[in-house]
Design a protein. Structure first.
Length: 241
């Protein structure tokens, strides 16, 4: 699963990696911690538009959703999409060929279970650079208010490597795209079934460290620098154990 992400990289770093200006007027950098259940607006690259940032909100509302009440309900259930079934599930199957996206982050938080307690860890690339998570997006129009919104979901897959050691109960992780996979995922001319055999999650260059208990306190303000700082839980053995 992937419900909590960050983007603390400087705009100039993002621009150096992805080769286009980052519109800071649309997104506050640094963002230390955002929960998907807040349905934040987040930077993505849409399929066919790899040089342009869009800012849909997290929690996918399928285009066929009938009412605002139904939309509010379903988007809490479509925060993530399982890679293994995205081409068969009604909410996602019409999106896999033409509405893929890459979700820009530089880390995410998952919880490790140990002796009936859960401990938050931040997972990022070893060099701290931003990266893309595989996603799907859709547009929805409220027929009653005549307003439109774009939303997205983060694709998850079986956890491997460091994410499997951290998220050690449900063994899921976001599908992290390496450069080749990212190019294929965002190519408007490639259908899902053509690229599916080539898509594999990036996991070998990840690191993780335990972070502040603040990451677990949903009723408090969490978008603070200290939420991602190393925290020493004396009872925790190393991840390798």
């Amino acid at each position: 699963m992937c419900f909590n992400v960050s983007l603390v990289s400087k705009a100039v770093v993002i621009e150096e990696i992805y080769g286009n200006d980052f519109p800071q007027e649309h997104f506050n950098i640094p963002t230390f911690f955002r929960s998907a259940f807040e349905h934040p607006s987040w930077p993505v690259f849409k399929q066919g538009k790899p040089a342009h940032f869009d800012f849909p909100t997290w929690g996918l509302i399928p285009f066929w959703t009938q009412t605002a009440v139904a939309a509010a309900d379903i988007r809490n259930k479509t925060i993530n999409a399982r890679y293994e079934t995205i081409d068969t599930k009604p909410s996602f199957r019409t999106l896999v060929n033409r509405k893929r996206c890459g979700v820009l982050v530089d880390g995410f938080v998952e919880w490790r279970s140990y002796r009936n307690k859960r401990y938050p860890y931040r997972i990022s690339l070893q060099d701290g650079r931003p990266f893309l998570l595989a996603g799907l997006w859709d547009g929805w129009k409220d027929s009653k208010s005549n307003t439109s919104i774009e939303t997205f979901t983060v694709v998850t897959t079986e956890a491997q490597g460091i994410p499997a050691l951290v998220h050690n109960t449900k063994l899921r992780m976001p599908l992290i795209l390496n450069r080749a996979s990212g190019q294929a995922w965002l190519d408007k001319d490639l259908e899902f079934r053509a690229i599916a055999p080539e898509i594999s999650p990036l996991f070998k260059s990840l690191i993780a460290w335990p972070v502040s208990p603040l990451a677990s306190r949903m009723q408090e303000e969490q978008n603070l620098p200290e939420v991602l700082e190393f925290y020493d839980y004396s009872e925790l053995p190393p991840l390798e154990s």
